[in-house]
Design a protein around this ligand. Sequence first.
Ligand code: GDP
Ligand code: IMO
Ligand code: MG
Length: 431
Amino acid sequence: MSVVIGLQWGDEGKGKIVDFLAKDFDIVARFNGGNNAGHTVMIKDEVFKFHLIPSGVVRGLVGVLGNGMVIDPGILVNEINSIKNRGINLDLKISYKANVIMPYHKIIDRGKEIKNSSRKIGTTGRGIGPAYSDKMKRNEALRIDDLVSDNFYEKLKDVLNLKKEELIIYDIIRNVAELEDYTKKIYSEYKNYSFILKDYVCDVTEYLYEAHSGGKKILFEGAQGTLLDIDHGTFPFVTSSNPTIGGVFTGLGIPPSFVKKVIGVTKAYTTRVGRGPFPTEIFGRLANRIREKGYEYGTTTGRPRRCGWLDLVALKYSCRINGVNEIALTKLDVLSGLDEIKVAIAYELDGKTIEYFPTSAEKLYKVKPVYTTLKGWEGIDNDEWEKISRKGFEALPDTAKEYIGFIEDFLKVPIKIISVGAERNMTIVRD
Ligand code: GDP
Ligand code: IMO
Ligand code: MG
């Protein structure tokens, strides 16, 4: 039973690592987030992009969507159809306790970003924040259970009645007289999704408990990353869920004893989409080079990702929060051909050197990274990387091995998986 967790600001290559690990598991479960996630799996020249359904289903694992998720039913129906159309045999379980993203959540998400331009977060605009806010408000939320119930219309009507002022503020309806028509409009769209989804809905907690007792192996697939965590991330520039280890237990209703290994995924450098502090961010030619070589454009929104050096201060923090047992280091190939590679080993804050990661955005905007410069390695083409992957760790350039060794020594966590390309076979495993 392993957990795959992002250690940075998302897009670390979790989809690729989940796919690589999938052969040893029977079930793959998502526990947080929604379709703000975009996980890529490459199989030969075919690219699969997953937003709600966990990536492991591409290898025939049973896919689970936990109660900690917020689900946009229209997106889920499309994703189910597109996966089936590509010849994948889909076995899916959706928690009846997961919350539903409604059309107005998406409008409010985007509306808030425009209205609050000085407090803008740079969200994916998928309605994530407003859906989780309603979950916390409790009586303004609708769960999957409500969506597939016989009295969905009455429940929707009650919720919209509570939200009518908000709907008017965001120009979703002009006045209370329009509320009934708006309710009917959502109902007619969502009822169609409910017909399709109801067959997949179950008690996921019970399902996982039975599966675990029966000896099935479960892989937990995190979305987003530690630094985007609502509690432990760079608040307020975060998402609205817990992508960290605690989210696995609350987001699926399983005990900690189900987890035997925590695998933290990090790129060999750092990226971030959206706004917020990013101490090791770089600009200009070098940043563009990394962006183009690493194809650093959002899987969900297509936005260019901000790029920077590896931040070991942040990574040490992420390893501690999650109790990471081993690291999967991705995109090492992207750094080839650089004479020098920098890594941040401390920060300077108000004239003092600090070694901890201050999550407060205000402080993080002020810190200056203290770098160590390591030697790079020569440019290596794809064919050569493939050969290196086949031969194993020893075949890596010496300076690449030194780079990996430096990270391990600093973090005191072994790097067991090294990814040097998007495809499954472009992976080196160390014993
Ligand atoms: P996730 O959200 O963590 O699953 O990551 P994304 O799929 O959003 O972004 C990672 C991107 O890097 C995808 O396009 C992957 O296909 C690609 N990728 C993953 N691992 C590697 C690697 O080792 N090298 C290269 N060049 N690309 C990789
Ligand atoms: P995966 O699973 C990278 C970022 C958004 C924004 C912030 C809040 O592919 O790693 P939200 O829409 O969640 O309210 O946006 O979080 N964000 C991600 N960045 N990868 C993701 O997911 C992300 N999901 C959300 O860009 O800065
Ligand atoms: Mg992604």
